[in-house]
Design a protein around this ligand. Structure first.
Ligand code: ZN
Length: 573
């Protein structure tokens, strides 16, 4: 059996795709909203027996390899590496191609560097200070191993030398972000390059699959030359911090089973929370919450509790992400750490982990929280202040996609500031118009989304495919209308091959078995045929056979007419 088939057999396609979107069982297949185009009613199907997916909305489909390539923007060999590792399959074929991919090489470099940093921290005498620092901050030795926390001493070429010795190329090491190239660098001698991370505690950052894609380095002893307190891997082929959530690879299943995610500020907060036993905790490391982060989290839950920087500056930075989450209909809560119990999750847990657990449990809904920060200290006798505070709240209310919920908040606001509800609605409309104008300006500046709507198939081919979708559901119709179903009806379509196999089968055995027939198809036709079977299950499953026969006859008529028209236009040409 080929490596690819082994991988497909070992990975459950439903489970795998469920890590990206929420799927529900629907008969023999699974159904969900397509991740490749915008939709509200699900038309994305996954067929576990035949190991493929198909979207009836945008036409995208294929096997697990196509899915992960499309979803993660990977080349085939990159998808192969990812899936092979997940399936525990050692690849013999494609090996040289896998190494040809720059992304794969950078992944390997990161893995090796992480191993080096962790080994250095846990085993070398030179790391005593770093170990003391972490233990003092309450990090256990087993946590250090589990999260592969590491250390690199303050030298210029330690990591570069190690990686070169392991056989990696200097240009790849630069591309991984771990080395910096000087102007006078010489790639053949390896001179003129230096380590980006020096004298730092190293936190590896993984993507959602658990591959290490970059690092955050925290300086151990701050000096004038040490640069910033935190240094991150720069943007690379595999590292984009606006699309990465620290800890998500370890938390995703817990987030799904708890149906809630806790969002904290930094890596230490995540690690400390996990160590304390709260395992649905992630961080948007080194950046404010982005739309991409929200999309990532939405794969697993609709409930997010946020515990970072709810002061004005921090809130402003994350507001776009929070607004997007609200627009997506997600429930956002704000975690407030009581005064005197630390400024972040890490400090709070160290003080008393029960306080942190309670704070998470008692998190306030984001709307209540907006009400509270805008109204608690408001002087109701000042019309200007009233206007200003009401504007802040109204611009949040109008984002909520649900009318009843919006109405609830209009009423609440009306009572709190003693303003007529209709006046509030008029004002909300004004703010909405103004925002739309602003959004319009922003949207035209941003990259336009790719148009991935299904190319219009010709009407005739659609009819032919529909005809066969009915036939595979009710093969008896093929026998009953054997005389009318002629090869000339399909002569320019892929279904001619199916027709011929079916005809032979019928002539030889006096019966039709489409499962058996499917085994004889070439790879390309088999894909089309699988989609046809899915279509049959999806659209012609519930109809009683009598209705189906009527449907069949009307489609057959359309096919005959379509075929006639085609032949005429061919003659004219
Ligand atoms: Zn789609």
């Amino acid at each position: 059996m080929s490596d690819i088939q082994t991988i497909k057999d070992r990975i459950d396609i439903v489970q795998f795709i469920s890590e990206y979107i929420q799927l529900k069982k629907a008969g023999v297949h699974w159904k969900g909203c397509c991740p490749f185009h915008q939709e509200k009613t699900p038309s994305f199907m996954v067929q576990p027996d035949r190991q493929f997916y198909h979207c009836f909305g945008c036409g995208k489909g294929g096997d697990i390899f196509n899915f992960v390539q499309e979803m993660e923007g990977l080349e085939f060999v990159e998808a192969l590496k990812l899936l092979a590792e997940r399936a525990g399959v050692k690849i013999d074929t494609f090996k040289s191609e896998i190494n040809k991919s720059e992304k794969n090489r950078i992944l390997e470099i990161n893995k090796m560097a992480s191993y080096f940093f962790n080994k250095f921290l846990t085993e070398m005498d030179a790391s005593q200070k770093a170990r003391d620092y972490l233990l003092e901050r309450g990090m256990k030795m087993e946590t250090i191993k589990e999260w592969q926390v590491g250390y690199i001493p303050d030298q210029w070429e330690l990591l570069i030398k190690y990686l070169l010795k392991k056989g990696f190329g200097i240009e790849d090491i630069v591309s991984s972000g771990l080395a910096i190239k000087k102007d006078n660098a010489n790639s053949s001698t390896g001179k003129g390059y230096y380590d980006r991370f020096r004298g730092r505690i190293m936190f590896p950052i993984s993507n959602v699959h658990g591959d290490i894609v970059g690092f955050t380095g925290r300086v151990l002893i701050e000096t004038e030359k040490s640069g910033g307190k935190y240094v991150n891997t720069p943007q690379t082929l595999i590292f984009d911090k606006s699309r990465l959530m620290f800890g998500l690879d370890r938390s995703k299943m817990e987030i799904r089973s708890k149906d809630s995610a806790v969002l904290v500020e930094g890596q230490m907060d995540v690690i400390t929370a996990h160590q304390a036993g709260m395992k649905n905790v992630v961080a948007a490391s080194g950046t404010a919450l982005t739309i991409e982060h929200v999309k990532l989290l939405k794969r697993y839950t609709n409930n997010i509790s946020i515990a970072f920087d709810t002061d004005e500056a921090g809130l402003k930075a994350s507001k776009r992400g929070i607004d997007i989450a609200l627009q997506e209909g997600m429930n956002i809560k704000v975690i407030t750490i009581p005064d005197g119990c630390g400024k972040d999750a890490d400090e709070c847990i160290k003080k008393d982990k029960q306080i942190w657990f309670d704070a998470v449990k008692n998190a306030t809904g984001i709307m209540e929280w907006y009400f509270s920060i805008n109204l608690d200290k408001l002087d109701l006798s000042s019309p200007k202040d009233k206007q200003h505070s009401a504007e802040n709240i109204l611009s949040e209310i109008i984002i909520i996609p649900y009318a009843i919920e919006r109405d609830h908040w209009f009423k609440e606001l009306s009572e709190r500031i003693n303003v007529d509800i209709d006046t509030l609605k008029v004002e909300a409309q004004r703010i909405d118009n103004q925002n739309n104008k602003l959004n319009y300006i922003q949207d035209t500046e941003e990259e336009k989304p790719k148009n991935n709507i299904l190319p219009v198939k010709d009407r005739y081919l659609l009819d032919v495919e529909n005809l066969w979708a009915v036939l595979v559901k009710y093969p008896n119709l093929f026998i009953k209308y054997n005389e009318q179903i002629k090869d000339t009806l399909f002569d320019s379509t892929w279904l001619l091959a199916i027709y011929e196999l079916a005809k032979t089968q019928y002539n030889d055995n006096n019966r039709i078995d489409f499962d058996e027939l499917g085994l004889k198809l070439s790879e390309e036709i088999k894909n089309n045929f699988n989609i046809l079977l899915l279509q049959a299950d999806e659209f012609y499953n519930m109809e009683p056979e009598k209705d189906l026969e009527r449907t069949f006859l009307s489609i057959l008529k359309r096919v005959e007419e379509g075929n006639k028209k085609k032949n005429i236009s061919k003659q004219i040409i």
